[in-house]
Design a protein around this ligand. Structure first.
Ligand code: PEP
Ligand code: MN
Length: 262
């Protein structure tokens, strides 16, 4: 199937290059997001991620800074001249976020929010659609069609782990499912090994596997100081691990003849 190329500003996903999207789980403060954006830029990463509207498992934990967080992130991304992507939780927020974001992320918990998907089918920004953690591939691909039938073809699929009986890792990364989805769809497919495993030590080898498997890219969580992170602290890559991972990926990319997109 001819691969659709989806551009987040000038960063093409689904082309020859392998695209790494990185940043903190959540935007926590002005200082933290600027530090994160600088860290990401220093490693030549082309797209910044970060959550301002957070879909947390517990309502008693940090829920994100909302639109103020989106604005802080925009400023941090601009300072590094990076495009940025952030999650939208509700139809209510789409219009307000639109002027600030380069792409919308739909999280695992919202994959079957058809009202949100339909609305995103009408916006002129790309959408990264995460797989619901209890969704079949067919359900995931149909969710993507809720966006594309509305006229917005610019959808990137992201496998982020599914629920299985195995609970040693946070979820179970369905690499085969991601490859199958890529065969069945013309959308680019990327992997989020951070949420899939919940374990920073497992992220670098799965990042390499994603590249070797011929998928289109990665989304990973990195924090300037994971010990003080307000969300998903346990799975955040430290600057050290992140740096090691990028160095290793660079070597694998060279061996595979597949450039890392800058
Ligand atoms: C995220 O990427 O910030 C996130 C909440 O991920 P997921 O929707 O996959 O849980
Ligand atoms: Mn997270």
């Amino acid at each position: 199937m001819p691969r659709l190329r989806v551009s987040i500003r000038d960063v093409e996903i689904g082309g020859d290059g392998f695209v790494v999207i990185a940043g903190p789980c959540a935007v926590e403060s002005e200082e933290q997001i600027h530090e994160s954006a600088a860290l990401v830029a220093r490693h030549g990463i082309p797209v910044l991620r970060g959550g301002a509207f957070k879909a947390r498992t517990s309502p008693y934990t940090f829920q994100g800074l909302g639109l103020d967080g989106v604005k802080l992130m925009r400023a941090a991304a601009d300072r590094q001249d990076l495009p940025m992507i952030t999650e939208v939780l509700s139809e209510r927020d789409v219009e307000g976020m639109l002027p600030y974001v380069d792409a919308f992320q739909v999280g695992s918990r919202n994959m079957d929010n058809t009202a949100l998907l339909k609305l995103l089918g009408q916006v002129d920004k790309p959408v990264l659609l995460k797989r619901g953690f209890a969704a079949t591939i067919k359900e995931w691909l149909l969710a993507a069609e809720y966006i594309t039938v509305g006229g917005n073809e610019h959808v990137v699929l992201c496998e982020r782990g599914i629920r299985t009986f195995s609970n040693e890792t946070r979820f179970t990364l369905d690499l085969a499912g991601a490859l199958y989805a890529r065969q069945q769809s013309h959308c680019p497919v990327i992997i989020d090994p951070s949420h899939a495993t919940g374990n920073p030590r497992l992220i670098p080898p799965l990042a390499a596997a994603t590249l070797a498997a011929g998928l289109d890219g990665l989304m990973v969580e990195v924090h300037p100081d994971p010990s003080v992170a307000l969300s998903d602290a346990d799975q955040a890559l430290s600057p050290r691990l992140f740096s090691d991972m990028m160095e290793q990926l660079q070597r694998y990319a060279a061996a595979a003849g597949r450039p890392l997109t800058r």
